[in-house]
Design a protein around this ligand. Structure first.
Ligand code: SAM
Length: 275
């Protein structure tokens, strides 16, 4: 098992097919982006968050966008469906990449969303290939922040935008809690918001928006856990005990780190200066 799979959200990824079964969908039935969006958004505040991102990066023309850490493909499909963008959806984990590719085909979006399996640190495309690079809750998994940002700067065209919603540290975190965060959330790089902004500036970006999401997300994860627990009987019927226990452990751990004031988050949009 690769290290990232210690994070229980990434176990039992076939849950999405059981949810589609509950909607009466058979294996190869066509799907819509709207039917999937309750299950394929692995970040906070679902597609509302994606509308905000599109407004910030701009949707004019037929932009070329790269999503880093595209999971089950939910954000990439929604971005493609609600704009004229062509989206490259880059995902590290093979199982999620394969599910994402198949769901995109069933939505009839295969000509607009290109799924690529790989690590952003090894991702090879010519300089200036993208008008925007977007990510939701992905970059905190990646160890080499300066290398990551340099790679993003190269991949962007001049004037292109870097947009992220990501987890942050709300204060300095001791070693024991960092180990828990790595085990529970595969948290590898947790920066404070001021450090995050500085990292972007050091990499040559001009930061346009940098806002704390900490309070909003703390409430989101509290309600998510309470709802999941309240619906346990339904979830057990659909997904079985192993998957439900894994998800309960995951939602509980995230909530505990947020409510303890260790974990927070940000929304950041920055531009690569023009030539
Ligand atoms: C919390 S999930 C979010 C998925 C998607 N952005 C969403 O909001 O639905 C983060 C994803 O980032 C992926 N990821 C982590 N490190 C990566 C890397 N170095 N390159 C590409 N993807 C990565 C993980 O495998 C995971 O699927």
């Amino acid at each position: 098992m690769s290290a990232i799979k210690t994070m229980k959200l990434y176990q039992h990824v076939e849950r999405i097919y059981r949810e589609l079964g509950e909607l009466g969908k058979n294996a190869d039935d066509p799907l819509t982006v709207e039917e999937l969006s309750a299950f394929d958004q692995l970040h906070y505040h679902g597609t509302q968050a994606l509308d905000i991102a599109m407004a910030m990066v701009g949707v004019e023309g037929e932009p070329r966008w790269l999503e880093i850490g595209s999971g089950l493909g939910g954000p990439a499909r929604y971005l493609a469906a609600y704009s004229d963008a062509r989206v490259t959806a880059l995902e590290l984990q093979a199982d999620q990449h394969e599910i994402a590719t198949s769901l995109t085909a069933r939505c009839g979006l295969a000509d607009r969303v290109e799924h690529v399996r790989g690590d952003i640190l090894d991702f090879e495309r010519p300089e200036g290939s993208y008008d925007a690079i977007l990510s939701w809750l992905s970059l905190y998994h990646i160890k080499y922040r300066p290398l990551l940002l340099e790679r993003c700067r190269q991949l962007l065209a001049p004037g292109g935008r870097f947009y992220t919603e990501d987890l942050t540290a709300r204060r300095d975190i001791d070693e024991a809690h960092m180990q828990e965060l790595e085990r529970d959330l595969y948290a590898i790089t947790l920066r404070r918001i001021d450090q995050y902004r500085q990292d972007l500036e050091n990499a040559g970006f001009v930061v346009e928006t940098c806002q704390s999401m900490s309070s909003s997300w703390a409430e989101f994860v509290r309600v998510r856990l309470a709802k999941f627990r309240a619906d346990r009987a339904r979830h057990l019927r659909v997904h079985g005990e192993a998957a439900v226990n894994a998800m309960t452990d995951f939602y509980s751990a995230v909530n505990r780190h947020f409510q303890a004031g260790r974990l927070g988050g940000l929304r950041l949009c920055a531009v690569k200066p023009g030539d």
